[in-house]
Design a protein around this ligand. Structure first.
Ligand SMILES: NC(=O)c1ccc[n+]([C@@H]2O[C@H](COP(=O)([O-])OP(=O)(O)OC[C@H]3O[C@@H](n4cnc5c(N)ncnc54)[C@H](OP(=O)(O)O)[C@@H]3O)[C@@H](O)[C@H]2O)c1
Length: 300
């Protein structure tokens, strides 16, 4: 592809890796919070107006779910209003926008994984604001894409795997929700799936995540088991499951099932996302983040 890309959110976990990967095959520019504050609508127009690009990928968002719950206006300004302005400016240039959205647009009442056809009914303010962002982006141009992702992790910025492995190196007794089902998404896989979609005329909403839903507790257990296998000095053993509603630090409600199916993506591209365990293994083995936990095998 020789089309040019602009990544809004290049300081974040997905945005940073996306800029690095896209730079290997063509022109790409990134904007982080320093260049573009999404809470400033006029500023967005001022920054984007002079820029030329074929694709804009909006990865930036107010992602702190509990903060959003108590800062509704800020959540909607960043996740919905800014997305709408970005999509309008981009549509006027004839550029396509890909809006990275979330599994949290679902309320968790379905028995089984969600498809793109299922009605979205968010259980918290973060999910509501992202759903409104999806609507505004699609209203600006039917050519746009919405990619719903979940439990995002990858090398550019620590996420849940680094957090749970870090805790497992310091504490023996750990708990995690054993009644929350979701699908982990490895950023380096996600970038390959997005690239495949951009090579098709696909438009509208797509679910993109690694295959096979898992419980939060089982994801955490896999993280610490892989860490131990890779020489990281983990002292925790079996993670005890607890109800998600009992986690004292959660302000926003977490839906119990937000697993997503990816059949629509497979039909569009022929790609079957690999199992989350395979992606996690690759991440834990290869990520430089984990090397600081590894005991030295030789004198420095
Ligand atoms: N992480 C997940 O588990 C998860 C799950 C489902 C969906 N998603 C979606 O996936 C996308 C990428 O997530 P991620 O994991 O890469 O998140 P991330 O690392 O938190 O990146 C989000 C970026 O948005 C930036 N940002 C926040 N408020 C901003 C503002 N007012 N103006 C400009 N930039 C602002 C942040 O800047 P700072 O670095 O300066 O804070 C950060 O760089 C997001 O759209 C998110 O909603 C993520």
């Amino acid at each position: 592809m020789n089309e040019s890309f602009l990544v809004v959110g290049s300081g974040g976990r997905l945005g940073r890796s996306l800029v690095d990967c896209l730079a290997r095959s063509g022109p790409v520019a990134g904007l982080d919070r320093k260049h573009l504050d999404l809470s400033d609508g006029d500023g967005i127009r001022r920054v984007l107006d002079p820029l030329e690009y074929d694709h804009l990928v909006l990865t930036a968002a107010l992602t702190a779910v509990d903060h959003c719950e108590t800062h509704r206006e800020e959540a909607f300004a960043v996740n919905a209003t800014a997305a709408g302005i970005i999509a309008e400016v981009s549509a006027a240039k004839g550029a396509r926008v890909t809006y990275i959205s979330t599994d949290m647009v679902f309320d968790g009442t379905k028995d089984g994984p969600y498809s793109e056809e299922d009605p979205a009914r968010p259980a918290n303010v973060y999910g509501e604001s992202k759903l409104e962002g999806e609507r505004r982006v699609m209203a600006a141009s039917a050519r746009n894409l919405v990619a719903r992702v979940s439990w995002v992790h990858g090398p550019a910025r620590p996420a849940f795997p680094e957090w749970i492995i870090g805790r497992a190196c310091e504490e023996t007794h750990l708990t995690l929700p054993g009644d929350k089902l979701c699908c982990p998404t490895y950023t380096l896989d996600l970038i390959g799936w997005l690239d495949a979609l951009w090579r098709t005329p696909a438009q509208g909403i797509f679910h993109l995540c690694n295959s096979s839903p898992c419980l939060w507790r089982d994801w955490g257990q896999a993280c610490i088991d892989l860490a131990r296998e890779n020489g990281i000095p983990v002292i925790a053993d079996t993670i005890r499951p607890v109800p998600v509603d009992s986690v004292p630090s959660f302000v926003a409600r977490r839906a119990k099932n937000t697993a997503m199916e990816t059949a629509k993506f497979t039909a569009a591209t022929g790609i079957h996302p690999r199992h989350w365990r395979e992606a996690l293994r690759e991440f834990v083995v290869q990520s430089p983040t984990f090397s600081r936990y590894k005991p030295l095998t030789h004198a420095p």
